[in-house]
Design a binder for this molecule. Structure first.
Ligand SMILES: [Mg+2]
Length: 249
C-alpha cells in the first residue's frame, strides 16, 4: 500500500534542517540509501535488459526504469513493458534468480540515480554541521560502487562527520535485524535528530527506539513486508523542497 504525504511535508523537511542546525555536531541524521536517497530502478532495468538479451526476449529488450513505478513491482512492470501474462509467469522465477545474482553488486549499483531532491537535501543537512550516517542494508561488498555513486551525484562523502554503515557480507543477517542492531551505535554518536527510510518496518523501529526524533517515510515504494505505520511517522513523497513558488503559478 502507498501512504499519503503529510499535508505539510515540506515544512517537516525544513523543520528537520532547522533542528539539525540547532543540534550541530551533537546531532545525527540517518539516511537509508535504496529508495530513500537513491533510485535503483535504472539498476533493475539494466538487469532486466541483460536477462532479455541472455534469453532472447524481444519484448524486454527496451525495458526502462520507467516501467517500474516503485522498484518493488517487477511483475507488473514486465506486463507494462509489453510481456504477455503467460510469458511473465514463465520467465519470472528465472528473472528473480538472475536479479538476485546481480542486484547486490558494486558494479550494478553504478546505474543508480538520486531520488528527487535527495542530493540537495543531504548537502543542506550536512551544511548544518549535524553528523550524517548512511545506514543501508546493502552488503559491504557494494561499498566501492556505492561510494562512486554518492560521489558522482555530489552527496556528502564519508569522512569527518559522515559515515556509511553497511550490512556485513553475511546472507544470514536480514535487513530488518541489521538496521535494528545499529540503533545503539547510532545513539552512541549523539542525539538522533531524524531518520529517513522507505520501509515502513524500518521507520516503525526507529520510532520505537527514538521517540524524540523525527522519523520520515520517503514514500517511493516499499517491499510490503510491513504495511502499517506507527503514529508520529511523517510521510514525504520525495526530498525536493521548493523554496520558491513554481514560476507558472
Ligand atoms: Mg530502502
Amino acid at each position: 500500500m502507498q501512504f499519503a504525504p503529510h499535508p505539510e511535508w515540506q515544512s517537516v523537511l525544513m523543520g528537520i534542517l532547522a533542528a539539525a542546525e540547532a543540534a550541530g555536531p551533537a546531532g545525527v541524521i540517518a539516511f537509508d540509501l535504496d529508495s530513500t536517497l537513491l533510485d535503483n530502478r535504472p539498476r533493475q532495468a539494466a538487469i532486466v535488459r541483460d536477462f532479455a538479451a541472455t534469453h532472447g526476449i524481444p519484448a524486454l529488450a527496451a525495458f526502462q526504469a520507467e516501467h517500474l513505478l516503485t522498484g518493488f513491482d517487477t511483475r507488473e512492470a514486465l506486463a507494462r513493458a509489453g510481456l504477455d501474462a503467460d510469458s511473465v509467469a514463465r520467465w519470472l522465477p528465472e528473472l528473480r534468480k538472475h536479479w538476485v545474482e546481480r542486484f547486490f553488486t558494486s558494479e550494478a549499483c553504478l546505474h543508480d540515480v538520486p531520488v528527487r531532491g535527495a542530493g540537495t537535501y543531504a548537502r543542506r543537512a550536512h551544511a548544518t554541521g549535524v553528523q550524517l550516517v548512511y545506514l543501508t542494508a546493502r552488503p559491504e561488498r557494494m561499498r566501492p560502487g556505492t561510494e562512486a555513486v554518492l560521489r558522482r551525484f555530489g552527496f556528502p562523502m564519508p569522512g569527518p562527520g559522515v559515515q556509511l554503515w553497511m550490512k556485513p557480507d553475511d546472507p544470514s543477517v536480514g535487513d530488518d535485524a541489521f538496521k535494528r542492531s545499529e540503533h545503539a551505535r547510532l545513539a552512541s554518536l549523539g542525539r538522533l535528530v531524524a531518520a529517513f527510510d522507505n520501509e515502513p518496518g524500518h521507520v516503525n523501529d526507529f520510532r520505537s527506539t527514538f521517540p524524540d526524533a523525527e522519523v520520515v517515510l520517503v514514500a517511493t515504494g516499499h517491499s510490503g513486508r510491513v504495511s502499517t505505520l506507527e503514529p508520529g511517522v511523517r510521510v514525504v513523497p520525495h526530498l525536493a523542497v521548493e523554496t520558491e513558488p513554481p514560476e507558472n503559478l
